[in-house]
Design a binder for this molecule. Structure first.
Ligand SMILES: *[C@@H]1O[C@H](CO)[C@@H](O)[C@H](O)[C@H]1NC(C)=O
Ligand SMILES: *[C@@H]1O[C@H](CO)[C@@H](O)[C@H](O)[C@H]1NC(C)=O
Ligand SMILES: *[C@@H]1O[C@H](CO)[C@@H](O)[C@H](O)[C@H]1NC(C)=O
Ligand SMILES: *[C@@H]1O[C@H](CO)[C@@H](O)[C@H](O)[C@H]1NC(C)=O
Ligand SMILES: *[C@@H]1O[C@H](CO)[C@@H](O)[C@H](O)[C@H]1NC(C)=O
Ligand SMILES: *[C@@H]1O[C@H](CO)[C@@H](O)[C@H](O)[C@H]1NC(C)=O
Ligand SMILES: *[C@@H]1O[C@H](CO)[C@@H](O)[C@H](O)[C@H]1NC(C)=O
Ligand SMILES: *[C@@H]1O[C@H](CO)[C@@H](O)[C@H](O)[C@H]1NC(C)=O
Ligand SMILES: *[C@@H]1O[C@H](CO)[C@@H](O)[C@H](O)[C@H]1NC(C)=O
Ligand SMILES: *[C@@H]1O[C@H](CO)[C@@H](O)[C@H](O)[C@H]1NC(C)=O
Length: 404
């Protein structure tokens, strides 16, 4: 009697267990409905991938599993409104959401890590509910969403960070200390404030169309750092000592076409591997790199600024091209130029509003260094192999408020 009751129960249990273990270990589980999702509720680990099918609609909650070893993806599920999980802590592969037109709730309260986050074309998603928060990912791409904030993503480590075309994004603040590959933030509408309070080390960094950027602790950029078309009035990198590698000549600093930029502050920057380029910042009237010692590429400044302050220059392997719409003092720099053995070893150009009347033909210029001692001030033109007669006024001496 007892045995008769027990047997069917056991049988039911083992069928369920078999089903559970099968679904938990399938290479791909396709979820088209909440009923499909609920079949995963007894899996603590999903060893394969979960695909939310394009016919899924309404609300899908994947509650139960803690780990997804493969991917979690959903693509072109036009009816999907809400995707949630209160239990998933890690996604071993890619968390990919693409072209989910009506997705307005994305809530993963336990998620702390994913190998890759790739979210693109989520036009109805206003915010994230990630209480975790998500703190670890090799690569994060968030593109073309309706998100106003990325709070819920607070990375400790990341390789690549790509945040673009999120027109409503107002704020991105992350505790991250090290960006091992690249950060690229661009075209996110014109009110995005980016804050990296703890960032110390980064490979490449590119910022476009950003309204403010805070990098108070940044000490090293191993690759290139570029600011293009931003809206901030100042850029300060108080702890930054190097951009790129002087030894390999790789990694440039570029500050280009930031229309409101009035103040740049790089008080500790000592070396730049590639070029140090500043151009088309119409409101920038002063340039100073008080600690800059070594530049393996070129120094290339153009715009409307007073004489740049470069008091510590010791070694510029590339050219030197400074062109200002204001009257600036070229003589001090000129004394430093003159090829091998000089501070400035490459081609030398210094153009000042009032000092030059010649039209410098870049193609006709020769590299510096061929023309004698750097101790004797020479006109700009001499360095370019132009004849002295071609010059209007030469601009030598007298103007030694130079910072040398
Ligand atoms: C996960 O996604 C990546 C990138 O899309 C793909 O290469 C990989 O095969 C997927 N893995 C699984 C288990 O589906
Ligand atoms: C996006 O999803 C819709 C269905 O919601 C589909 O009709 C459309 O073709 C998809 N677009 C792309 C680029 O995949
Ligand atoms: C950041 O990561 C890179 C690459 O793994 C490493 O070389 C570098 O030392 C790290 N920097 C810091 C400050 O942890
Ligand atoms: C970093 O920048 C350098 C020079 O600008 C470029 O050659 C390299 O491909 C970039 N790397 C990444 C990962 O973006
Ligand atoms: C700047 O660098 C110094 C010396 O490495 C360090 O003591 C200081 O904490 C850094 N400042 C910030 C804001 O990280
Ligand atoms: C974003 O910046 C780029 C320059 O990098 C510029 O061409 C573009 O017009 C800017 N977009 C907006 C919306 O300001
Ligand atoms: C740092 O940059 C150099 C090139 O200047 C490159 O060889 C090296 O791999 C980079 N290091 C890291 C950790 O990315
Ligand atoms: C430029 O910025 C630096 C650092 O943020 C600040 O100390 C300085 O006062 C600013 N200069 C001007 C002219 O705004
Ligand atoms: C500066 O602007 C001019 C005119 O728009 C353009 O020709 C030039 O390429 C720009 N320079 C840089 C470095 O972007
Ligand atoms: C350069 O800037 C000054 C203000 O510092 C301004 O008066 C002048 O018109 C500007 N020149 C050009 C050519 O933009």
């Amino acid at each position: 009697m007892f045995a008769q009751k027990l047997l069917p129960a056991l049988a039911v249990f083992s069928v369920a267990a078999a089903q559970t273990s099968t679904i938990c270990s399938q290479p791909t589980v396709t979820v088209n409905s909440q009923a499909d999702a609920s079949q995963l509720s007894d899996c603590s680990t999903v060893s394969g991938s979960i695909v939310i099918g394009s016919t899924a609609s309404g609300t899908i909650a994947i509650d139960g599993p803690q780990q997804v070893r493969g991917n979690l993806t959903s693509q072109s599920a036009g009816g999907l409104v809400s995707l949630t999980s209160s239990t998933i802590t890690s996604i071993g592969g890619e968390f990919r959401l693409f072209n989910l037109t009506f997705l307005s709730t994305l809530q993963f309260d336990a998620l702390t890590s994913a190998k890759t986050i790739y979210w693109e074309a989520l036009p109805a998603l206003p915010s994230l509910a990630f209480a975790g928060p998500l703190s670890k990912a090799d690569s994060v791409t968030i593109s073309n969403t309706f998100l106003t904030t990325l709070s819920g993503i607070n990375l400790n480590t990341v390789g690549t960070l790509q945040i673009d075309n999120n027109n409503n994004l107002k704020q991105f603040d992350t505790q991250i200390a090290n960006i091992t590959n690249a950060v690229n933030i661009n075209a996110n509408g014109n009110q995005l404030a980016v804050t990296f309070p703890n960032l110390i080390w980064a490979a490449n960094m590119t910022f476009r169309n950003v309204s403010s950027i805070k990098i108070p602790s940044l000490a090293t950029v191993n690759g290139s750092m570029g600011f293009y078309g931003n809206y901030m009035d100042s850029i300060a990198a108080p702890n930054l000592t190097s951009v790129g590698s002087f030894a390999t000549g790789v990694g440039s600093l570029a500050i280009v076409a930031n229309a409101k930029l009035a103040n740049i502050s790089f008080p500790a920057l000592k070396s730049v591997g590639g070029a140090d380029q500043i151009a088309n910042n119409t409101a920038l009237h002063a340039i100073a790199f008080p600690a800059l010692t070594s530049v393996a590429g070129a120094i290339d400044f153009s715009g409307n600024f007073t004489t740049p302050e470069l008091p510590k220059l010791e070694d510029v392997k590339g050219g030197f091209n400074i062109q200002s719409q204001q009257a600036i003092t070229c003589s001090g720099f000129e004394e430093q130029s003159g090829g091998k053995g000089s501070i400035i070893q490459g081609k030398f150009i210094c153009k000042s509003a009032t000092a030059t009347t010649e039209t410098l033909d870049g193609s006709a210029s020769t590299t510096g260094g061929s023309s004698g001692s750097s101790a004797t001030p020479k006109s700009d033109a001499t360095n370019f192999g132009l004849s002295q007669a071609a010059l209007g006024a030469s601009f030598i001496g007298g103007l030694l408020q130079m910072i040398l």
